[in-house]
Design a protein around this ligand. Sequence first.
Ligand code: SF4
Length: 643
Amino acid sequence: MSFSALFSPLKVGTLELQNRFVIPPMGTNHANSDGTVSDRNIAYWQARARGGWGLIIVEVTAVDPLGKAIPYQLGIWDDKFIDGLRRATEAVHQYGAKIAVQLHHAGRQTYRSVIGEQPVAPSPVSCPVCREIPRELTVAEVYALIEKFGDAARRAREAGFDMVEIHGAHGYLIAQFMSPHANKRVDEFGGSFANRMKFPLEIIRNVRRKVGRGFPLSFRFSAEERVPGGMDTEESLAAARLVEAAGIDVLDVSVGVYGSMEYIFATPALPPGHSLPLAAAVKKAVKIPVIGVGRFNEPHLAENAVQTGKADLIAWGRQSLADPELPNKVAAGQVDEIAPCIACNQGCVGYLFDADKLLVSCLVNPFCGREVAMEIKPAQKKKKVVVVGAGPGGLECAWVAAACGHEVVLFEKEAVAGGQWRVGAIPPAKQPIAAALAYYLRMCNKYGVKLRMETEATAELILAENPAAVVLATGGETDFPPLQGIDNPRVVTASEVLEGKVDPGPAVLIIGGGLVGSETADFLAEQGREVTVLEMLPEIATDMQDVVRQFLMDRLYHFGVDIETETTVREITADGVKAIQDGQEVRLEGYDNIVIATGIQSVRGLEEQLKGKVPELHIIGDAAEPRKAIDAIEEGAALAVKL
Ligand code: SF4
């Protein structure tokens, strides 16, 4: 496939784009604490500009300190920000990419802890996610904010941006004014559709006045809010025509608000390009170009979307985190070397709102957001490295070490790579994990990793390689709880069930409602089996990212899975368990099989045998301590660049 549509140039107003690949604005928390541009910001954008993107739209950039949504958000509310932002535009322009900035005010979708006082909004109606009752803006304050958007746009132009995008999407302040779900005002900014559109239209006019004629402007909006009484497609099409008439040059069409976050950060439960039909509908209503978005990660689908006229430009949000080199790889015919976004939301959205992380990275690409600290470059001293275990951590460590120039041998006892993670690809909506594993294997092959599959790595075999460094990435195995009856032949592991090694029968009891137990329940319930999940905690699947969990919970309720929380198993009986619920002993019986999903324990028997016998011995991932694939991959990469 030539991807001729994706690589054809396009004019957006006066802006000439070299191709149709767009990085949409995504908050990163990478700015300095005062909102100025950081070195981390620059390195992150530069890595993407090098990757061949036609247009990079810099993330949510606050026009007012009260409008910040995240603590380390970029600011543009004062002239003091211009110099830093100019560093950004110069860094990106070196590579021929165009750069825009998104002007943003969070309105009610923020927290007092982020902005230091009560959030503001069109009406005192709290966001169902942030839950803080906002203060209603006075009319005078609304007009002041309109000026602030215009002033921010003027600063953007002075900083060298090629375009300004006005953020009217995802339930932030402008969207709140547009939305009947959030705007209950009865003055000139509320009530009728025309009044609700007044705030965005006045902003566009103010911005246009301050940036001058001919300066390209984008407007982003959610064509469907997907909350009760929110903006729907018909209102959005009318809104699109109004903002076009007000002087917008391109429409960036998204979907959802915080209250329907599952559409903003779609999981694999939604297909790639899931919101493209909305962009296509908007494109029919207007004459200006339209940007489509929504879990795009395959160039073939993007090419088709442009070829068939559903969108003029394709925005690859999380996919640009997973692989900043995507356009270059497509151009070079290296489509099979694209690191796929698996829509897990762990390293990006998950880390963004995790107080211990506060950055945007990526499970598949741990270099994302760490461009300053971690880099693949030729090792000072080339070494022979043995990696044991081709799970996610071992694969990442092996290919990155090989890419740095080390000679790498990778032992895997199974015939197929992936370890526990490969099994994790089996439940419904988890297939992208298989795509990621296939990518890691291709990178191992590309950089010459010697794969020894179906080979149990003994100490003798490892020492025979005379390695300078050994990495134990041997993962974990089922941790059987010490229960009476655990040796019952009806007791099986979640892995055995998912891999089809045992027939679980029509009625299955799962002990353990973490990620593995809950996804195994989904897998079995989808097959029409009667499933019960037992969990000691008050809720199940608490170790999953919120949006991913929401889709899973919906399916479990849909299938009628019996979820017994705050239940502690005391004994396994002939066909079930004795357990404690509400302080009382209960018997849950009549099951064909009992699945153990209570966690795993590290496998690291080689440690003792190799200690003192090799110059360097490293243990990563679950072999060090049972955790998630993202931890193993991060550790694998961090170690590989230091070997
Ligand atoms: Fe995609 Fe997961 Fe990476 Fe986020 S962390 S960009 S969802 S692979």
